[in-house]
Each structure stands twice: as C-alpha cells, then as structure tokens.
Design a protein around this ligand. Structure first.
Ligand SMILES: [Zn+2]
Length: 479
C-alpha cells in the first residue's frame, strides 16, 4: 500500500514541457487508474440502528426522509431516524438506500441539493451534495451481458424458424428513428432510472452530468486552428484528454497500456517543434526517454507524424449517450477535463464517486463515510427448456425460479453475513456470495438462510468507504 501511494504521488512530466511549479499542470501527467470503491471497503450493516452504533467520527450516514404525501424532505441523521422509528413517528420504506417516511404532517425547509453523475459504460458514479456536506454517494455497476444474451437468443430463434415453415421476409419494421442498440439503450435507461430513484427520496434541485472528456465544439480541428499545450491550466487538461482519446490511451511508439503516459513532442522543441496539437503524441516514460532528441521518423515511427496531422473522428460513442441523457433530463452538464482539473486541485484520487462529487460542485464539504454500492443483475431467464437435449432426446427444464421462497440474487443473512444467492438449486442448497463476488459458501442449506430483500434487477449494499482525502491516507498506512 505504502509503495503504491508513493508511485502514484511521484510526478512524471514530459521531458521538454514547460514546468510551472505549484501549478495544477503538474498533475497533468499523473498516472490514471480508477480506484474502485471495492478496494478497501468493509461490509457494513444495513439498518440505521446498526450503522449508528458502528459509526466513527465524521460525516456519517444520512437517512433520506419523505413526508406523508410521499415528497422528499431534507435527509436526517441516523440517530434522529432511529428515534423517529422507535416512537412510531416514521416507517421504513427502503433499505438501499435506507429511507424512512414520516407518519405525521410537517413543514418543509429545503436547501439546494445537487446530484452529480459520472456517466459511464460500465459504472455510474453518483454523489448528492449540499452546501454543507455530501449526503449520499454510490456506484452502480452496469450489466454487460445484454449483447451476448440477445445474440444467443437470436441464434435459437433463427434455428427454430428455419425448421418450421416459410415466412415472408419482414423488413423495414423498425420504425423508431432514434433507435439505439439494446445494450446501449439499457445503459441510458439505467442512468435515468437511477436519477429518478434518487429524486424520489431526496429533494434534488439540480442534476449535473459529465458529457464528454473535452468540448468537441471548442476543440474542433485543433490541428488546424493551432490549439496549444500549456496555454492555461484548463487548456492543458483539455489537450491531454484530447490526445489520450486520439491515441487510444496507449503509448504511440510501443503500444503499452496502463502505464503512466506522457505528452511527447513528435519533433522535439529543441529542434523547433511546436506545442501545437499536431506535433504532440502520447508515449510511455521509457519510449520518451529513449527517443530523446530524435524526431518520430528518426526513432523509427514515421507513421506517427502522419497520424498526428489527422483530426480525431467524431468523439466517442459514449459521448452521444451522455448528450442524449442531458437532453432527456434537461439537466446541467460539464466536461471531463474540468472535473479532472478540480479533482486534482482538491487532492482526490480518481474514482467514479470522487468524480461525481466534483461534478456536483463538491469542494471542501465533508464527505459521506458510507457508499451505496450497487450491481445490476439479470432478472429471470425466460426460456422454458435448456438448449441442449439430454440423452434420449429429452428436454430439460431450464431453471428453477423459486425454491422455498428464495429467488436468484435475493439478499440473505447467513449467520451474521449479508450475502446474495448467486446459485439457486432445486435441492435447496445454494451458492452464496458477497456483492463483489467473493465466495461465502458453495452449498448452504436454505434452512440456514434468512431472507432480507428481493433483487429487482439490481443488488445493493452499503459499504464504508475509506475517507478519500489526503489526511486520511496517513491513517491507512498504519493498518
Ligand atoms: Zn512506449
């Protein structure tokens, strides 16, 4: 852990880049690895009662409150929520996040609350921030099996139909104009659902989504308009993001990935090379060192010179999705280079939740110590029979839907461990795992399990996140 921190902390700047001491531009070439919240989190009990007792100092869990008519009020503390529940003044309406509904009429004072969304292909990071603190934060892992499953279904369908009868070919029956592939549509809907779910329990005044890593309008043809590296702080970030995107986040010379990448001048500055984007590429530290004072052509990569002159084709696919999201919600938006700049200014590490916190305008507010970690899971498999026949041509029933009241991905209590049913068997002996997929038991009798919550397309758990600020890192080292 200690070593890792030092490695991350070490600044690596391009050999021939102008250095501004103390500037955030120092952070430009810092290596980027997403530290998922799954690293170093502990399982954390789900009821406000338990949470209060195990609480450390700091901004602990906030409990969303809705009034009698179902409108969201300002969230309360776990202590207050426990008190209300004990006195019969409120009831529990949800567990992930833990949420209560008041049973008496009350006035409402509402502060400005902003939801920041780090929209992504595999993960959604979100953070709800008020002027005084981060109220709730979380991360949702999206499904990535949809494309594969639909292709499989299509194959079966084709086979089935080819064996049956002749059908007139049908075509041009896809009316929708703004059609998206089902896997992409699902990602878009997942973002919308998550935002709606949070809006229902928190009085969110504003939603901000990060739409792209850089402003494509402003960055149009920078190779021709001559945008330069190091003009200003934000400019530097934007150029770097642009270059990373253009060179696919790998070293242009050796193709190495997942190493700290540096901005590199194709024709060195010492030999009259400019700072303009058409003279910049991305390389690993070793290649940058080895290339030294040579041009790319002299270093044995003449094609790089050619590629650098071309502009980046229409920005990534995901950007289109994010824009669609913004248009559908009519919400605010920001750019990745701004997020990155602010995140580094505030000394936060790269994670989906930290990004969301910064997107929401988070600055010096106290961070939430707990994190809502979610993962989407598939619902029921609807095919009736297994595709492969048994010996003798018998067809085998596909899956069991329910055994003794348990379903797949139900949250259950095994002893004191909260876990999820990953393997449901008709024998009544199940495979249970934690949300991260760590094995709890391969085969446990359902008699030893206590039902907690149905999955409903996603599984969720409250986790204690390691405080992300720099001061907290010192504490970590002693563990
Ligand atoms: Zn390299």
């Amino acid at each position: 852990m200690e070593e890792e921190k030092q490695k991350l902390g070490k600044r690596i700047t391009p050999r021939d880049a102008a250095q501004v001491p103390g500037s955030v531009a120092d952070g430009l070439n810092r290596s980027e690895r997403v530290a998922s919240v799954s690293i170093g989190v502990k399982t954390f009990p789900n009821s406000a009662d338990e949470q209060e007792h195990s609480g450390k100092s700091g901004h602990d869990l906030r409990v969303p409150v809705i009034n009698m008519r179902g409108r969201a009020l300002m969230p309360t503390t776990a202590k207050k929520a426990r008190h209300l529940l004990k006195n019969g003044k409120a009831k529990i309406v949800g567990y992930a996040p833990f949420c209560i509904q008041l049973l008496y009429a009350t006035g409402e004072t509402i502060q400005k609350i902003v939801l920041g969304v780090d929209a992504g292909f595999k993960h959604i990071g979100w953070s709800v921030v008020s002027a005084t603190g981060e109220i709730l934060a979380g991360e949702m892992e999206l499904r990535s099996d949809i494309k594969r499953l639909l292709e499989k279904r299509r194959q079966y369908r084709r086979l089935r139909r080819s064996q049956l009868w002749y059908r007139k070919p049908r075509f041009l029956n896809r009316g929708k104009e703004d059609w998206l592939a089902p896997s992409i549509e699902h990602k878009l809907q997942s973002h919308i659902k998550l935002i709606d779910r949070l809006k229902a329990i928190l009085p969110i005044a504003e939603v901000v989504v990060e739409v792209a890593s850089f402003d494509t309008q402003k960055m149009q043809k920078p190779e021709i308009s001559g945008v330069e590296y190091q003009q200003g702080e934000l400019q530097g970030y934007e150029v770097r993001e642009y270059l990373l995107e253009k060179w696919q986040r790998k070293c242009a010379y050796c193709g190495k990935k997942d190493v700290p990448l540096e901005i590199e001048h194709i024709v060195p500055k010492s030999r009259g090379g400019s700072n303009s984007v058409s003279n910049l590429t991305i390389s690993c530290h070793d290649c940058n060192q080895k290339k030294g004072n040579m041009t790319a052509a002299e270093f044995g990569s003449p094609q790089i010179q050619e590629k650098a002159k071309k502009t980046l084709k229409a920005a990534a696919f995901m950007n289109a999705i994010r824009w669609k999201l913004v248009n559908m919600l009519g919400c605010g938006y920001t750019y990745g280079y701004i997020t990155k700049c602010n995140r580094i200014k505030r000394g936060l590490e790269k994670s989906h939740i930290n990004d969301a916190f910064v997107i929401a305008g988070g600055d010096t507010q106290e961070r939430s110590v707990t994190v809502q970690k979610g993962k989407q899971v598939r619902r029921q498999n609807r095919s009736l029979y297994k595709a492969n026949l048994l010996k003798g041509g018998r067809r085998k029933r596909n899956t069991v839907k329910e055994v003794k009241g348990f379903r797949r991905f139900d949250k259950v209590l095994y002893g004191k461990v909260k876990c999820f049913i990953f393997g449901l068997r008709s024998s009544g002996y199940f495979n249970v795992k934690t949300i991260e997929g760590e094995k709890v038991s391969d085969s446990v009798s359902c008699k030893k399990l206590t039902f907690v919550e149905r999955a409903r397309g996603r599984i969720e758990e409250v986790k204690r996140a390691i405080p992300p600020r720099a001061e907290a890192r010192g504490l970590l080292a002693h563990n």
